[in-house]
Design a protein around this ligand. Structure first.
Ligand code: FES
Length: 508
């Protein structure tokens, strides 16, 4: 999230120390380079390092500070409504592999925190997908049956710990939750203690595949490595047009202290009301921190302040008397067939890999990806679910054609339609303090932000990824691209990829 966001920083970032890793300033040679220091990247690095390989992690910003630092951090194999759909589209065996791989990741998180000594507030909790509308009861029963058939301890229930009535819920027992940043900081420290390199504020600008591969960075320093893993949420290198199969979604998070006796004891999510997710975490003075997530939107679209207000209103209505102390936003990438893409970067790839498309379930997904990619790289103990996640899969992607077409129609609409549309305001004179809009300046679409003191900050409105037009997110005070979710600060700096170059500066 932008460091200029009025929402503030995430609780996970505020309640864990910063990181000390230096930028890469000299050429290095390692066995494996991992681009991206979130949970998928660090987990992969940790696994290959434990297998005895030399590793370098390159992170454009701070490790565990991007998507992983803003998540709700549920460690669960229950992913809203995935099992009944998977059973119908991929068959019973693939559904079992999904359940087994995600459950294995939940358990592996406990092993990793034991081995790294992570004091990461890991707790067991049951996971629920619930609905208040009785018309969804049948869907939930089908999901419970599919999840049980896949091997999960799942059942349909009508009682939960939530302080309001539900029509029904799928419950999967024995899942977990944790503090994602404390988990990953321990993992990073353990990596360093075993000689791995971790470089923050190191933006990768080029990838040359070969034997070995070469990665170049903005400073000019290069990494030579046999294998390269692209784990940057939305891949910054995309040689198989994966972006056509991925859609970005952003949502808000509010967190409020509650007395321990009001803890709903569980991790909850509903597909209703544009998704609402609830969990709690240990907090000060014997209280719990209630964490509510929802109000999904495509970055760069709609009235973001209204989305945030909706989430605040929902929290106040369903947990009366709570006073939010934190507010932030998180961004997820959804694969068109709902299964993450983990494996070779493109059909001809020999030594390059990708992990993306976790669809809001990046904790178990990222840990699963770490184990799977390490197995593919080392060739040891490759799990039977590798084909399920293989980015080169064709059949299930074709079956997701309606979603694919819809995603691409959205991108085309933004790429072409946004250019035809009139600018949001006719002149910068119409911009109120602390607001932004795309304005035509000297015939060019320009993203202009007027700060609280009245000064104007102008950058090109053309996203440096593939050229869609950015739009202003008023709730977070950032420029966002609706096509693939790149985000930029008001001065044009990249806050989130896939863009790697800042928006061009413009004179006013
Ligand atoms: Fe792809 Fe902007 S993120 S065009």
């Amino acid at each position: 999230m932008s460091d200029t966001s009025p929402l503030g920083s995430s609780y996970w970032i505020e309640s864990a120390p910063g990181t000390p890793y230096p930028p890469l300033e000299r050429d290095v040679t390692v066995d494996v380079t991992v681009i991206g220091g979130g949970i998928a990247g660090l987990s992969t690095a940790w696994e290959v390092s434990r297998a005895g390989l030399g590793v370098a992690v390159l992170e454009a910003d701070r490790v565990a500070g991007g998507v992983t630092g803003h998540t709700t951090a549920k460690l669960s194999a229950l992913h809203t409504l995935v099992y009944d759909r998977l059973r119908r589209t991929r068959g019973a065996e693939a559904t079992r592999w999904y359940a087994r791989s995600q459950s294995a990741a939940v358990e592996h998180a406990f092993e990793v925190s034991d081995l790294t000594g992570a004091d990461c507030e890991q707790e067991r909790a049951d996971a629920y997908t619930y609905a208040c509308d009785g018309r969804l009861a049948r869907t939930l029963r089908a999901e419970a049956a599919a999840a049980r058939e896949a091997g999960l301890p799942a059942s349909f229930v009508t009682e939960t710990g939530l302080p309001f009535a539900v029509a029904g819920a799928v419950r999967v027992t024995g899942q977990a939750q944790f503090h994602p940043r404390k988990y990953l900081l321990a993992l990073a420290a353990d990596l360093r203690s075993r000689g791995a390199l971790i470089h923050e504020r190191t933006t990768v600008t080029g990838l040359k595949e070969g034997t070995p591969c070469r990665v170049t960075t903005r400073s000019g320093a290069r990494v030579t490595a046999r294998d390269v893993v692209v784990a940057t949420h939305y891949p910054v290198f995309d040689r198989a047009l994966l972006f056509t199969r991925l859609a970005p979604r952003r949502e808000f998070v509010v967190a409020a202290p509650i007395p321990e006796d009001r803890d709903p004891h569980g991790m909850y999510i509903t597909p209703e009301a544009n998704t609402r997710s609830v969990r709690t975490a240990p907090y000060e003075d014997g209280q719990r921190l209630l964490i509510v997530t929802g109000a999904k939107f495509t970055p760069g679209t709609g009235d973001t302040s209204r989305h945030f207000d909706d989430l605040l209103a929902w929290t106040a209505e369903h947990f009366p008397g709570t006073l939010p102390r934190y507010g932030w936003a998180t961004q997820d990438t959804f694969a068109s067939d709902t299964v993450p893409l983990v494996g070779p970067l493109h059909p001809a790839a020999r030594h390059t890999y990708v992990a993306t498309g976790f669809g809001g379930w990046g904790m178990s997904g990222g840990i699963m990806a770490g184990s799977l990619l390490a197995a593919l790289i080392t060739g040891r103990a490759v799990p039977p679910w590798k084909d399920l996640y293989d980015p080169r899969r064709v059949r299930s992607v074709l079956r997701s054609a309606p979603t694919l077409v819809r995603n691409q129609a959205d991108v085309a609409r933004h790429f072409v339609g946004d250019r035809l549309r009139s600018p949001q305001v006719d002149s910068v004179d119409q911009l109120a303090p602390d607001s932004g809009a795309v304005v035509r300046v000297n015939g060019r679409r320009t993203a202009v932000y007027r700060d609280a003191d009245g000064a104007l900050h102008a950058v090109s409105a053309r996203c440096t990824h593939l050229g869609c037009l950015v739009a202003f997110n008023a709730a977070e005070r950032a420029w966002e691209c609706p096509c693939h979710g790149s985000r930029f600060a008001t001065d044009g700096r990249v806050v989130q990829g896939p863009a790697t170059r800042p928006l061009d500066q413009r004179e006013m």
